[in-house]
Ligand binder design. Structure first.
Ligand code: ZN
Ligand code: ZN
Length: 258
């Protein structure tokens, strides 16, 4: 068994569960602990099976309750040294739970192999990830301005993908954001648009990819139906039958087989 659920995703908070039969872990804890516990209960995943919490980068929509989760469950908090320096104040007292990881250096949490790799995003040391267990691979890339060659290389051959589909280009440009913020979101260190997500998928598609979850949707500059429609139109045009999901800010997805 190897499964994932996006517990929440969007600019107000992100958290993802990944679990094998013996191990579960949380990638990012940008929502309240109360919400994480409620989602886990709903999914029938006992809290005590969570063996680690991993932080991808310092933005508060990924770190909010990471420290509290490590303390509450007495589990390791994996973070890069530079990211820790930038958000230590937000994590609280975590020294006894701290474990450092580095981009490009794989590590194990129980029987799940965690493979962090750098993402192009405006954080001090932003990482995307692959998770592997029993020859199955999940790719997670939810904060990136554009896919580098490394991104494409790492996400290829994934059996499930959780991928950013942040904004619709026209909604962003015609929307209420200040000009500087529009430029930041659009930039190579910002977030992927719906069309850019399609372009990324076109580069990593292979017959083994079964599930695709669109995530980190902007509540201001995107609509779940629109993100779905854009990706679905592409998948239909190439007669691909990947199961398409859209993650939400307010409700977790079901458990998705990897
Ligand atoms: Zn971010
Ligand atoms: Zn984010």
């Amino acid at each position: 068994m190897f499964q994932t659920s996006v517990l929440a995703s969007g600019s107000k908070g992100n958290s993802i569960l990944i679990r094998s039969r013996n191990t579960a872990l949380i990638l990012d804890a940008g929502i309240s602990l109360k919400r994480v516990w409620a989602a886990l209960e709903d999914l029938n995943v006992p809290r005590h099976t969570i063996k680690a919490v991993i932080v991808s980068h310092e933005h508060s929509d990924h770190t909010r309750s990471a420290g509290a989760m490590a303390r509450s469950l007495k589990i390791p908090l994996y973070i890069s040294p530079d990211t820790y320096d930038y958000c230590a104040h937000r994590l609280g007292k975590v020294e006894s739970w701290l474990r450092y990881f580095e981009s490009g250096i794989d590590f194990l949490v129980g029987d799940i192999l965690v493979r962090p790799f750098r993402s192009s995003h405006d954080a001090i040391d932003s990482n995307n990830f692959c998770f592997e267990h029993d020859e199955r691979r999940l790719g997670v890339a939810i904060d990136l301005g554009y896919p580098t060659k490394l991104t494409i290389h790492k996400l290829s051959e994934a059996h499930a993908l959780i991928l950013e589909s942040n904004h619709d280009h026209d909604m962003l440009m015609e929307g209420p954001y200040e000009w500087n913020l529009k430029m930041r979101v659009k930039s190579e260190h910002g977030h992927l648009s719906n069309d850019e997500a399609v372009n990324l998928v076109s580069q990593v598609l292979h017959p083994g990819l079964r599930n695709l979850v669109l995530a980190h949707l902007s509540e201001t500059n995107n609509l779940p139906d629109l993100a779905f429609k854009v990706m679905d139109a592409y998948l239909q045009s190439i007669e691909n039958e990947i199961k398409l999901h859209v993650a939400s800010q307010n409700i977790h997805t079901g458990l998705i087989d990897i």
